[in-house]
Each structure stands twice: as structure tokens, then as C-alpha cells.
Design a protein around this ligand. Structure first.
Ligand code: 8YV
Length: 326
């Protein structure tokens, strides 16, 4: 009998058949308690878990005593209790490389859309308001040659810096625990402290993962430091920005605009005040959501799971050190 794997995100046929070749696959709709209870025996026997968007915490792990490897079809792994996985030497695999350019493209889309009021003016035209030549009422602000401050100079941050530097002649600032000399050499990026970045940047771009250290890193105090002409972009994780404080800043126009792909609660509540404001561009967490990239992520996630279950965790593993102790 083949060992069992739980799949909580659908795979295209070509990828699914590679998995079923070696494993007994049970596809479930999510990892909520009811689903787990309905498939209790399979969860008990499963050696692998592949998918995205489900919480993998101690309670779930207790129901999966045979689990050897989790593979998330995402770069972010904030839904995983890494400490609990480490305790049991369960490998956690992710997809940090294949989505970089697509997410960076999304960030540029948000920068352009929020600065140039693309979605707001699109609605204005479609509502029949364009009956004569536009006036300064419809003017917006430039993106090119401005200063871009990046919080999170990882792979995606660098891909954003590349686009901004070469495509838009932007001046790049960034914050990071240690210097990224590659970004400094290639994109003339300058490392500085958070306060300085907030005060100097025309665009503040948040591409940070969700951790206890990053939660509400951008709150009322930080928003108050930003220029009244500045634009905030969040394409990392929603809770890094205090959404209530951001709503206030956008309402009072202490900053010019925001472009958001992520929210404190997703899907964002339909009655959120934020959604009533004209100076915010909102997207439904589409950072990596192109056909090409989502396929590449699924393929990467599958390869990662197959590799980890065969003992190969040299690539795309979040917790290699915890596995060494096993
Ligand atoms: C998606 C993401 O939300 O990779 C991430 O961390 O946030 C996104 O690509 C999703 O997890 C992909 O399935």
C-alpha cells in the first residue's frame, strides 16, 4: 500500500498524476476541524501535506502523528507553527523563488494605479463623468524619479527595486537587519532606519512577512512620519499595517494614497470603511495570481514535497536546522 498524502489545494492533472504515482492522495477542501474530523483516519496516516491557506497548528499536528513533511504552495508560512513542526522534526517546504517577478509586477501595478489614480478615474469615466476636458481635479502624482522606500529587501523587494531603478529612475531606500550589497551595487539602493525611510520616501512599499516583530509595524506613529504626498503599498501581509490607522490617514489625507493587495482580515469585510475611500486601490491578494506563476508554484510545491519525503531538504526548506537534529 502506498503511503498517504493530504492535498488541500487542487493540482492540475499532470502534477496530480506525479503525486498519485507514489502516494495515496486524499484531496480535502481545507484544514478546518470539521474536514479533519471527517477524514480522521487518513489524517492519522498521512506522511505528507500539500496545499496553501490552511492553518497548521499544534491541534492539527496532534491529529497527524505520521506526518513527515509539509509543503506550502506559497512563500509565506505564517499559518504554520514552525516551533511545533521543529519539535517533531517535520520538514516545512515553501516556494520562495518562482513567484518573485509576478509579485514585483503586482507591486508596480499598485504603485502606478494608486499614484496615477487609475482605478478611481476608470470608474469616473465609466460612470459618464468625462463630458469635457479634464481639469486639475483629475490630476495625479508622478512615479518616475521619486524615492521608493522598501521594507523587506528580500527576493521580491529586490525585484521591485530593479523595476523601479531601471524602469522609473527611482531613488531606492531600504531597511534591513543587514546590508544587501547586491541591491546597493545594482540598484544604487541606500540602507537607512525606518523613521528616516518613512520621512524621505514618496512611496513606502511593505513586502514583509507576518511575524510577531512585524505586526502593526506601520501604525499611527509611522503613518504620521510619511509625507502628505506619499503613497503606501502593502503586498506582504495585511497585519503588518494597522488598517484602522491607515484608514484614518487616508481619510484625513495625511498621506496621498495607498495600494493594498493584503488585508488584516481576508477576504476584507465588505463593510470596511477603507473600501469607501477613493484614494485606496484594493486587490484581492493577487500578488502571485497569474496562470503561469500559480502553475509554477504548484509544481514547485509538489517537487518540494516529493523531495522532502525522500529525505532531500537542501532546497526550499524553511527549517533545515531542526531536521538535522533528528
Ligand atoms: C498566495 C502568498 O496568497 O506566497 C504567498 O505567501 O501570499 C501568495 O502567493 C497563496 O498563498 C498562494 O497559494
Amino acid at each position: 500500500m502506498k503511503p498517504s498524502v493530504i492535498l488541500y489545494e487542487s493540482l492540475p492533472d499532470d502534477l496530480l498524476s506525479r503525486l498519485t504515482e507514489h502516494y495515496q492522495v486524499t484531496e480535502v477542501n481545507g484544514l478546518d476541524a470539521d474536514t479533519v474530523a471527517a477524514h480522521a483516519e487518513t489524517f492519522k496516516q498521512a506522511v505528507g501535506l500539500l496545499g496553501s491557506g490552511g492553518k497548521v497548528d499544534q491541534a492539527l499536528l496532534d491529529k497527524m502523528p505520521a506526518l513527515k513533511a509539509c509543503s506550502t504552495i506559497s512563500v509565506g508560512y505564517d499559518l504554520f507553527d514552525v516551533e511545533a513542526l521543529n519539535q517533531r522534526s517535520i520538514a516545512l517546504m515553501h516556494t520562495p523563488t518562482v513567484l518573485t517577478d509576478t509579485v514585483a509586477d503586482t507591486v508596480l501595478a499598485l504603485m502606478l494605479a494608486s499614484a496615477r489614480r487609475v482605478t478611481e478615474l476608470d470608474s469616473w469615466v465609466k460612470a459618464g463623468h468625462w463630458t469635457q476636458n479634464i481639469t486639475p481635479e483629475q490630476f495625479s502624482i508622478d512615479v518616475h524619479h521619486k524615492t521608493l522606500g522598501i521594507l523587506g529587501m528580500g527576493r521580491i523587494g529586490k525585484a521591485v527595486a530593479q523595476r523601479a531603478h531601471f524602469g522609473f529612475d527611482m531613488n531606492i531606500l531600504y531597511t534591513a537587519r543587514s546590508a544587501h550589497t547586491d541591491a546597493e551595487e545594482r540598484y544604487s539602493a541606500t540602507r537607512c532606519g525606518l523613521d528616516q525611510l518613512l520621512k524621505k520616501s514618496d512611496f513606502v512599499c511593505v513586502i514583509l512577512p507576518m511575524t510577531e516583530q512585524t505586526r502593526h509595524m506601520i501604525g499611527p506613529e509611522q503613518l504620521a512620519m510619511m509625507k502628505s504626498s506619499a503613497v503606501l503599498i502593502n503586498a506582504g501581509r495585511g497585519p503588518v499595517v494597522d488598517e484602522q490607522a491607515l484608514t484614518q490617514a487616508l481619510k484625513e489625507k495625511t498621506i496621498y494614497a495607498a495600494g493594498l493587495d493584503v488585508f488584516e482580515q481576508e477576504p476584507v469585510p465588505t463593510d470596511a470603511e477603507l473600501l469607501t475611500l477613493p484614494n485606496v486601490v484594493t486587490l484581492p491578494h493577487i500578488g502571485s495570481a497569474t496562470h503561469e506563476t500559480r502553475y509554477a508554484m504548484k509544481k514547485d510545491g509538489l517537487n518540494n514535497l516529493l523531495a522532502a519525503l525522500s529525505g532531500h531538504t537542501d532546497k526550499n526548506c524553511v527549517n533545515p536546522d531542526a531536521l538535522k537534529k533528528a
